[in-house]
Ligand binder design. Structure first.
Ligand SMILES: [Zn+2]
Length: 437
């Protein structure tokens, strides 16, 4: 494997024991240090400042860089540059991340040294390492990389030029984005105390909105402007996935300032086909239209653990053992529009609406029938086969695609047309049986 070969090369270059080098490398890699950077760090540790006999890399177009390239020299424009702190082996390390482009394309980079990169700079990065991340090449600018101001600025296309500075609308943000600049309204904000890596610390979390949509955020170093609920401009935010949806992260390196203007939060939400929505891997605010083709087990009248609030079976919580369950209402409905299917989760309020009764009504019905399944059966009768317009937060993870509904309303589609669509989309009921298994 790669690590083994790397250890062998290093050991012979540096004249030290292979097993020792390998253990060191393994350790660094386990702390998510990229292999190239780990290698450089060990060269420093064992006292070899040079890049140890590696050949001078050839100049390449950004669009030509492949994960198989060891080292390259590239010339282009810095589109974004955002500082972020990471920790390995107990030490905080400030890195700079962003995107870099020439006239053939753009590439993500991580700088492990402070090169003073600024958006809009035209530079040549000599001997930049290439690593693979998520199947894509990325540049690693480390100790053995030389940076110089480039003479001839490549003519990057307008679309990439617009990326300089990282201005973005919330709807365009994706997990993995770095060094973004957004102008947002603070729609919800709460201060929480968490057990951070340096003990207890306060953070802010809530929801941002702009003309394009809404996204949840975490502010790791509470900014008064955000806590005040001002409309704010945030420079150098990054996007990370949290519970299956992208989340805006505002760190100690982000610049937060109050905006003079108002930010109109669009009431319009993105409407997507179910299959398309699932393919995005998670969206905070999305609207879908589809047919409810089944109600899943665990719907209707349910009991939750009083400790952890998870749904329990026969009075047993998987974590807390035998507990006195708390009654609640919930629906897990399978929504299908012919392009894909997902589970829509309705909370107690939305469940009361579709059930047409309160929790008390449900308990009474269950007592009368001596079976709490009658509640789920009633809901099934009311919703299966009908078309709904659903809005909420979609997460996609190992538990499947789940939409936490904020609204759930029958679609105003002509019933006959709806029935026809339903039959066309569903070859008999084969799809239903397959999905609900
Ligand atoms: Zn529990």
């Amino acid at each position: 494997m790669e690590l083994d070969e790397r250890a062998e090369d290093l050991a012979s270059d540096l004249g030290v024991d292979k097993e020792e080098v390998k253990a060191d490398l393994q350790n660094l890699v386990e702390y998510s240090v990229p292999l190239d950077e780990a290698t450089q760090s060990l060269r420093r540790k064992y006292g070899d400042g040079s890049s140890g006999g590696s050949v001078t890399p050839s100049s390449k177009d950004v669009g030509e860089v492949s994960p198989d390239d060891g080292n390259v020299t590239v010339t282009g424009v810095v589109l974004t540059a955002g500082k972020r702190s990471i920790r390995y082996q107990g030490d905080d390390h400030v890195i700079v991340e962003g995107r870099f482009a020439d006239d053939t394309g753009a590439i993500d980079y991580t700088a492990w040294e402070d090169f003073g990169l600024e958006p809009g700079d035209t530079i040549t990065a000599g001997n930049a390492g290439v690593r693979e991340w998520d199947g894509q090449p990325e540049l690693n600018l480390g100790e053995s990389t030389s940076l110089s101001v480039a003479e001839d600025a490549p003519a990057i296309d307008d679309e990439l030029r617009a990326e300089i500075g990282g201005e973005a609308q919330l709807a365009a943000l994706e997990t993995g984005d770095r060094a973004r600049t957004v102008e947002v309204a603070v729609l919800e904000c709460e201060r929480r105390t968490i057990d951070g890596r340096d003990g207890e610390t306060d953070i802010l979390s809530g929801v941002f909105g702009d003309e394009s949509g809404r996204l949840p955020f975490t502010n790791w170093d509470p900014a008064p402007e955000i806590e005040n609920g001002d409309a704010v401009r945030i420079e150098n935010a990054y996007v990370q996935e949290f519970r299956g949806v992208p989340e805006v992260n505002v760190s100690e390196f982000s610049q937060v300032s109050t905006l003079e203007r108002e930010v109109d939060v669009g009431a319009e939400t993105t409407t997507m086909a179910v299959g398309e929505a699932v393919d995005t891997g998670g969206i905070y605010d999305v609207e879908l239209v589809g047919n409810v083709i089944a109600i899943r087990d665990g719907s209707g009248l349910i009991q939750r653990c009083p400790e952890c609030y998870r749904v329990i079976q026969k009075g047993q919580c998987r974590t807390h053992g035998e507990v006195d369950g708390v009654d609640d209402l919930r629906v897990k409905a399978i929504l299908d529009d012919g392009t894909g299917a997902l589970t829509v989760v309705l909370d107690d309020e939305l469940t009361q609406q579709v059930y047409g009764g309160t929790l008390e009504d449900a308990l009474e019905a269950a007592r009368e029938a001596m079976d709490q399944e009658v509640v789920a059966d009633e809901i099934r009768d009311r919703v299966v086969g009908r078309e709904y317009r659903v809005r909420g937060h979609l997460s996609v993870d190992e538990y499947g695609a789940n939409l936490d509904a904020e609204s759930f309303a029958e679609s105003e589609h002509d019933p006959e047309e709806r029935a026809r669509d339903f039959l066309e989309d569903h070859d008999g009921l084969a799809t239903t049986a397959e999905v609900s298994r």
